[in-house]
Design a binder for this molecule. Structure first.
Ligand code: 5GP
Ligand code: ZN
Length: 118
């Protein structure tokens, strides 16, 4: 069921299946799926099922959930055999390059990634 802003949220619709996606992993707290415009051979988005706009809204009560999302990213990286390394990114707010206002982790890997990012 949608509430408030989540009614128009792209990732809430992906989580509930209204908009289709390629699932990679799911559990009671989160859903992971392939990015539509991959920036690396492995590019997976990990989103909490609960709508949270961004890290700016994540208070201490979300600590366990955020830890879980990081663990899921590492598990997916292990499953994808990214033993040479990978990057976990959380774009936050306009200056952070966030374009979808539902908190999400990017898992990027499968090629050497440059630093610093743009
Ligand atoms: P942000 O820029 O907010 O950190 O990341 C949003 C990501 O969502 C982008 O990498 C973009 O390619 C991805 N994305 C946008 N729309 C869709 C969609 O409809 N399906 C999927 N699977 N990914 C999407
Ligand atoms: Zn949402």
């Amino acid at each position: 069921m949608y509430t408030g802003l989540a009614m128009s949220c792209l990732f809430c619709k992906i989580v509930d299946g209204t908009i289709s996606s390629t699932a990679v992993y799911q559990d009671e707290l989160c859903y992971a799926f392939a990015d539509l415009h991959p920036q690396a051979p492995v590019h997976i988005l990990i989103v909490p099922r609960e709508h949270i706009d961004s890290m700016m809204e994540a208070d201490q009560s979300k600590g366990a959930l955020l830890g879980h999302l990081l663990w899921v990213a590492a598990e997916i990286a292990r499953a994808k055999q990214l033993g040479k390394g990978y990057r976990i990114v959380i774009n936050t707010g306009p200056d952070g390059g966030q374009t979808v206002d539902h908190l999400h982790l990017h898992l990027l890997g499968g090629r050497p990634l440059t630093w610093p990012p743009g």
